[in-house]
Design a protein around this ligand. Structure first.
Ligand SMILES: *Cc1c(COP(=O)(O)O)cnc(C)c1O
Length: 399
């Protein structure tokens, strides 16, 4: 194999966008794609949203980066805003989702250490989870394709079956229980195939954590920030976590994440425990503020829920016309999964040639993650394009 300038770790497709506008991407030849991938749930205001662009331009022209050696007022302001909007009392800013999860895990570990219980080092995670690509976060998943080549990995994550409360209860009652310091779970699994946790499961984990004096860590990197129709997905479960990792949508395309925690959970995060050179720099903070300005407008989440209901209904209407290919729709808000009866990656590739971008996920699911600002005509266009793609695809499936 000859080496390329760019490490060849991505299986990239042929699309080469050079420009975006709202819910569309364009290449140098002017070809257009309806973007129902949003850079994997990132561009939640679509592309080139004037409020986000304006905020970034203004901040870049004022002050881009200083250092966490100094006071960063924009960080304190955004942290206060997130605290006011959530269960949390305190926030640490990161540059990515995996780093937000890393911080969440360190917050949990340091909590038990500070409380004099360093033996509670283990974190229970769940099958088909995705928490990122750092060494710690790949050790939190059982997905072989991510772990391969990197073992031995830290062995203080134990993976249990997702949505199986009895298994979690049994683990806590077993010999393992005494070493467990927390649960780490996605309320809606993204990469794993748009699988929402059941009410019973998430409520049960909350109760189990309380019973054992351990922490519930939610990974809302993909499902957070309005994506599911509430500001955070856990709001729909009537529970709150002790710690939560967010990223993706919060910057609307600017790389930024955060770890939110209660005062109790963050008891070990004292001076020197953690840090990041870029984390929370003024430019990132300006992007987050702009995204939150829009997402917290009174009618915004109502719009997400209305578009969700319409997209879902339109997809459900389409399924019987192509029932050799499509199985069902699942998910919450504008984090929807179209379950296929055959390989979803192949169909996502095929749909691209019909002018629509989606993302494949586990369990043969096609992820539909449109910008949260879509309108009804985008939904019609999406279903028309998926239908056209399915019509042209049927022979391949039958063959
Ligand atoms: C994308 C994702 C991550 C990792 O985020 P990066 O920014 O790629 O590090 C972690 N958890 C979940 C649920 C994700 O979807």
């Amino acid at each position: 194999m000859t080496i390329t300038a760019l490490m060849p770790v991505y299986g990239r497709c042929e699309v080469e966008p050079v420009r975006g506008d709202g819910c569309y991407l364009y290449d140098a030849q002017g070809r257009e794609w309806l973007d129902f991938a949003s850079g994997i749930a990132v561009n939640l205001l679509g592309h080139t949203h004037p409020h986000l662009v304006g905020a970034i331009q203004k901040q870049a022209a004022t002050l881009m980066h200083t250092s966490n050696l100094y006071k960063v007022p924009a960080q304190a302001n955004l942290a206060q805003r997130l605290v006011d909007l959530t269960f949390a009392d305190t926030v640490f800013f990161t540059n990515s989702g995996a780093e937000a999860v890393e911080c969440a895990v360190k917050t949990c570990r340091s909590h038990h250490f500070a409380a004099g219980n360093p033996e509670k080092f283990r974190i229970l995670t769940f099958s088909n989870a995705f928490h990122g690509r750092t060494m710690a976060t790949i050790s939190a998943t059982n997905q072989e394709k991510m772990r391969q080549g990197f073992e031995p990995l830290p062995d203080w994550f134990t993976v249990l079956p997702f949505n199986d409360l009895a298994a979690a209860e049994a683990a806590m009652a077993s010999e393992l229980g005494g070493s467990v310091g927390g649960f780490l779970v996605e309320p809606v699994q993204g990469e794993g195939g748009i699988r929402p946790a059941t009410q019973e499961f998430l409520k049960g984990l909350r109760a189990l954590a309380d019973k054992h004096g351990i922490l519930l860590i939610l990974d809302e990197v993909q499902c957070g920030v309005g994506r599911t129709g509430t500001l955070f997905a856990h709001e729909q479960y009537g529970i709150t976590p002790d710690i939560m990792a967010i990223a993706k949508g919060i910057g609307g395309g600017f790389p930024v994440g955060a770890c939110l925690a209660t005062e109790h959970a963050a008891s070990g995060m004292i001076v020197g425990r953690h840090g990041s050179t870029y984390g929370g720099n003024p430019l990132a903070m300006a992007a987050c503020e702009a995204v939150l300005d829009v997402v917290t407008e009174p009618a915004f989440l109502g719009h997400v829920n209305e578009m969700s209901a319409r997209l879902r209904a339109a997809l459900e209407q389409m399924i019987p016309n192509h029932d050799e290919l499509f199985d069902h729709v699942r998910g919450m808000g504008l984090m929807l999964g179209l379950k296929l009866k055959s390989d979803s990656r192949a169909f996502v590739n095929h749909a691209r040639s019909h002018g629509i971008l989606t993302v494949a996920a586990g369990d043969n699911v096609v992820r539909l993650l449109p910008p949260l600002i879509i309108e009804e005509h985008h939904i019609r266009e999406c279903v028309d394009k998926l239908s056209a793609a399915a019509r042209a695809y049927a022979p391949a499936v039958a063959a």
